[in-house]
Ligand binder design. Structure first.
Ligand SMILES: [Fe+2]
Length: 331
């Protein structure tokens, strides 16, 4: 493959040198979904909505994200909190410029600044470029030999405030297809458990660390551990907008139950990590030119599906806004 990228201005750059992972103190965030009109007028009057499955995911057509008012963006936050993932098709978002993209994402909360991923030249680490081609390789190359490359996770949960509404958009899809993103519903994963089992989880916390599987692969164990930022969060959270309990497990970043011995953590989390992968409450998003995915990281965990051919280009950009601090369920 020798063609040029469709969006060269969005190729990832990163200055040489060490940027420490930010250990942010807790801060107050107003959840935009709580301000939204529950009738979702700006989305429902103009947009055509279709459930991807009854339990997770809504595809939206005939509505430009870039033209929504502030009230409309609040409604996007509410619907993302309820449905987990929104797939906006035929968007002009990729072409409105980085200033405007950042402005729209900032409506949802302060932006996460990634310590190691590349960003488009002239922007900053609020933009995270996910890029593969024949030189850079794919996630498979990064992770090394494995039987399967599922890597279910919630992004960047190691600080007291955790990611909320997140934007991920497509600039170029692999020529032969593939490179979908899969999402799983954390409230439905919780509901699928027996009431007795759920009860046993309510008082547990997990230790979340920035030394995730992906970060260790990207920058090496030594540096990842040296700069590790950690936070404890409830294993079952109450969603700040919907009030629904959700199973807040993060297989790449939270591998220790606070107060448990290692074998006990492995037993419980081994079960829960398998459980959240169920086809019963997951969906898979196929990227098209002009697709923008907006998801709520408290409602949905996700995994890349790195099944596309070696050497093909896949070019995506992500911006993550922070939500409030996860809180336990009222029991
Ligand atoms: Fe991710």
């Amino acid at each position: 493959m020798s063609s040029q990228p469709l969006y060269p201005a969005y190729l990832p750059v990163r200055p040489e040198g060490f940027t420490p992972t930010q250990d942010l103190p807790p801060f107050k965030v107003e959840e935009p979904g709580l301000r939204a009109d529950p009738e979702l007028p700006e989305i429902k009057v103009k947009g055509k909505l279709k459930n991807i499955t009854p339990r997770i995911g809504t595809e939206i057509r005939d509505l430009q994200l870039s033209r929504l008012s502030k009230d409309g963006l609040d409604q996007v936050a509410l619907l993302a909190a309820q449905r987990g993932v929104l797939v906006f098709r035929d968007q002009d978002f990729a072409d409105i410029g980085t200033q405007r993209q950042k402005e729209i994402a900032t409506h949802f909360g302060p932006l996460h600044r990634h310590p190691t991923m590349g960003y488009p030249e002239g922007t900053g680490p609020e933009f995270q470029v996910v890029y593969a081609d024949e030189k850079v390789g794919t996630l498979r190359d990064l992770l090394g030999p494995r039987n399967t490359y599922d890597l279910w996770h919630i992004d960047q949960t190691f600080t007291p405030n955790t990611p909320g509404t997140t934007f991920f958009w497509n600039l170029e899809t692999p020529a032969s297809g593939g490179g979908d993103t899969a999402f799983t519903s954390l409230p439905w994963a919780y509901r699928a458990l027996s009431p007795t089992f759920r009860e046993g989880l309510h008082n547990l916390k997990l230790l979340h660390t920035s030394a995730s599987i992906g970060e260790v692969a990207r920058i090496g164990t030594e540096r990842a551990l040296k700069e590790a930022v950690k936070s404890e969060h409830p294993l079952v959270i109450q969603h700040p907008v919907t009030g629904e309990p959700a199973l807040f497990v993060n297989p790449t970043m939270a591998r220790q139950v606070v107060g448990y011995k290692p074998g006990e953590s492995e037993m419980l989390l081994g079960f829960l990590h398998e459980h959240i992968r169920s086809l019963d409450f997951m969906c898979r998003v196929q990227w098209e030119r002009g697709t923008v995915v907006v998801w709520d990281q408290r409602t949905a965990a996700h995994s890349a599906v790195p099944d596309f051919n070696d050497g093909e280009r896949r070019h995506m950009v992500r911006i993550i806004s922070y939500g409030s601090q996860p809180r336990p369920v009222d029991s």
